[in-house]
Design a protein around this ligand. Structure first.
Ligand code: PGA
Length: 224
């Protein structure tokens, strides 16, 4: 099981370091955890604890250039980043990230040996057959899908209090796995009170956790 903690922009730099310092004291927690803080904390966290698995929440779709405010995959590699979230729904919807851009990022990351965590999820609740069509369309424009981790995140569950149906999630993950031979993790309202049920799904390889990963005690219960 792999646990990806996506801290989004919930915490300030100092708050991220405080949280990380608590995590770093728990060897058992570090084992399967990938911490994805904001860009500004990545290097400091790596310097504090080089054995941590570090992930970025995003990257530029070029390695150099006149791209004000962007961070290149090459720089991420140089500071020890091993994973990078790509195409998160918040990037797609608030920053107009297209499939083409997402694919460019995946290609650059693979070249640098950074594992892309590619987020895919339907915007509203749909049937399994509609879901199959949706996934086919999503992956049609993406390459190297067998070399990424797919984060299945139904958009309607992200940041919500909706309890997803475990059976539906299991079926959808099996479907994705029948199309792509790679690891599939789940994200969307994962918390300590539902994690044990999720862990019963044999198809699942791990979790992408937002809100609950910013609370030390919650995260500890989730990754245990
Ligand atoms: P959430 O976010 O756990 O807060 O629902 C998950 C995600 O956006 O990756």
């Amino acid at each position: 099981m792999i646990y990806i903690a996506n801290w989004k922009m919930y915490l300030s730099f100092k708050q991220e370091l405080d949280l990380f310092n608590k995590i770093a004291k728990e060897n058992a927690m570090l084992k399967n955890l990938v911490v994805c803080p904001s860009f500004i904390s990545l290097k400091t966290i790596n310097d504090l604890c080089p054995q941590i698995c570090l992930g970025a929440q995003n990257c530029a779709d070029e390695n150099f250039g006149a791209l004000t405010g962007e961070v290149s995959p090459k720089s991420l590699r140089e500071i020890g980043v091993q994973y990078c979230i790509v195409g998160h729904n918040e990037r797609r919807s608030y920053f107009n990230e297209s499939i083409n851009k997402i694919n460019k990022k995946i290609n650059l990351l693979i070249d640098l040996n950074i594992k892309p965590i590619v987020c895919i999820g339907e915007p509203e609740q749909i049937s399994l057959s509609e879901f199959e069509e949706f996934i086919k369309n999503e992956i049609a424009g993406l390459s190297h899908m067998d070399q990424v981790i797919i984060a299945y995140e139904p958009v309607w569950a992200i940041g919500s209090d909706i309890e997803p149906s475990f059976k539906d999630i299991g079926n959808r993950i099996s479907l994705i796995k029948s199309m792509i031979n790679t690891k599939v993790i789940y994200g969307g309202n994962v918390k300590s009170s539902n994690i044990e049920n999720f862990k019963l799904l044999p198809q699942l390889d791990g979790f992408l956790i937002g809100r609950s990963s910013t609370d030390f005690e919650e995260l500890k219960k989730i990754v245990k």
